[in-house]
Design a protein around this ligand. Structure first.
Ligand code: NAD
Length: 437
């Protein structure tokens, strides 16, 4: 199949590379010329485990190519996938559709022969109709169908998730499109469930899924607060709760709040759509408010831990919104650091992959180091904000004599609490009461 993919970001690129690996002829289109130049050389512009190797292989065998020309990418394609950003509107927080609308308008004129336009961007319900209208208006003779193909990959596991999707949701009622998409997803039929639903149901499934996961995180964070007060241990509680197969273990880790490019924007967008439709989504509303409060509470805890120290220095481990990615979009670490900066605190930070993106957001307002131990030099408090795997084997004895105050606040449960206390650190975390039985 000849496939054009519009947008070479965290979704478009893994999708393009994965489809090329399956043997399709893929052309990825991006309006950022510098990105395209990079990709043509086999280099990716963000961190995603295993993606660059796969990209290089498919560049060499000619299955994937890159262009900034919509004409080149769309002409003659059997399938065009839209994977452009849908960021939150700065004021209303609704999904900003300008990239999707411009992609649909631009691609319309180059359609030749029957083409499926599959939308992978997370979009408000009814966007399929908008895309259809925009294309038909621009090119009344075009022969096409618009389907919704929501993406569920996780950053940091994008390659794995492309080849092992939990489920494939295809939103269309059109038989011609269904037949072609069945062929496209044939290699997955043994390991994943593939379902065809109404286009609007498919668009809703994406928001309903992300909102549910955000809510689950918010729930366990509130339970962590409860455990702290009643001297229970949230990790034991989460384990016991998660053993119920109706609930499951995943997303039951307390932390400084959810973040990233999806959950915050998608909960807001869903809330906005509900308001537009005069529906109250009380759980989503509580989740959004609770998550904002969560980050503020963590900031307050950090500030209170150093309030007795003159010119305290705070060492931060982790800037990205989760481990395994360089993405700092809506990372709780960013919001917490903004609060700490407002309180005039000195901050030094280390992150395995996220420093460049953090610098784009925070500039030089904090100091960055490229070593997970030197970050603690002369620090008064070490705060873990992201659960990178490499923090799990952090040797606390290495920093024991380097910190000014031996004080740790682990918001991600990556350190061994007992070991930290044994080494003489003053140690706090989330969801564990002070009294040990
Ligand atoms: P991104 O910002 O990383 O990438 C979007 C790319 O689209 C950019 O490179 C941009 O230059 C390009 N672009 C924008 N308009 C264009 C146009 N008209 N022509 C050509 N290129 C254009 O975004 P992302 O994180 O990949 O997300 C894309 C969509 O997928 C969003 O709707 C997002 O909500 C959804 N999504 C993201 C994830 C994730 O983990 N990031 C997961 C599932 C779904």
């Amino acid at each position: 199949m000849k496939i054009g993919i519009i947008g070479t970001g965290y979704v478009g690129l893994p999708t393009g590379v994965g489809l090329a690996e399956l043997g399709h002829k893929v052309i990825c289109i991006d309006r950022e010329i510098s990105k395209i130049e990079y990709l043509k050389k086999g280099k990716i512009t963000f961190f995603e485990n295993g993606l660059e190797e796969l990209l290089k292989r498919n560049l060499e065998n000619g299955n994937i190519s890159f262009t900034s020309s919509m004409k080149e990418g769309v002409s003659g394609a059997d399938l065009v996938i839209i994977a452009v950003g849908t960021p939150p509107h700065p004021v209303t927080k609704e999904a900003d559709m300008k990239f999707v609308h411009s992609a649909a308008t631009e691609l319309a004129q180059y359609l030749d022969g029957y083409t499926i336009i599959a939308n992978k961007s997370t979009v408000p319900v009814g966007t399929g109709d908008d895309i259809e209208n925009l294309i038909a208006k621009r090119n009344p003779l075009a022969d096409f169908d618009v389907v919704s193909l929501p993406e569920f990959l996780r950053e940091g596991f994008a390659v794995h998730d492309f080849f092992n999707p939990d489920r494939i949701i295809i939103g269309t009622n059109c038989e011609r499109a269904k037949d072609i998409l069945k062929e496209l997803y044939d290699p997955f039929k043994e390991k994943s469930e593939i379902i065809f639903v109404k286009r609007r149901s498919s668009e809703t499934i994406k928001y309903a899924s992300n909102a549910f996961l955000a809510m689950k995180i918010h729930y366990i964070n509130e339970m962590a607060d409860f455990c702290e007060k009643v001297n229970a241990n949230i990790y034991e509680v989460a384990k016991g709760v998660g053993m119920d197969s109706r609930i499951g273990h995943r997303f039951l880790n307390p932390g400084p709040g959810y973040g990233g490019s999806c959950f915050p924007k998608d909960t807001h967008a869903l809330h906005f759509m509900a308001k537009q439709n005069e529906i109250e989504l009380t759980l989503i509303e509580a989740t959004i408010k609770g998550n904002e409060k969560r980050k503020k509470e963590i900031s307050k805890k950090i500030i209170s831990k150093v309030k007795h120290i003159k010119d305290p220095k705070i060492a931060i481990l982790g800037l990205t919104f989760k481990g395994g990615t360089d993405d700092c979009r809506e990372s709780p670490a960013m919001d917490i650091i903004y609060d700490l900066l407002d309180s005039k605190l000195n901050i030094v930070a280390y992150d395995p992959k996220g420093i460049k993106n953090a610098q784009n957001l925070l500039g030089e307002r904090i100091t960055y180091v490229d070593d997970k131990y030197s970050v603690a030099d002369n620090a008064d408090l070490l705060v873990v904000l992201t659960e990178w795997d490499e923090f799990k084997d952090y040797d606390l004895s290495n920093i024991k004599n380097k910190m000014r105050w031996k004080n740790i606040f682990d918001t991600r449960n990556v350190f061994d609490r007992k070991e930290a206390i044994r080494l003489g650190f003053s140690f706090s975390c989330l969801g564990i009461g002070d009294i040990d039985e």
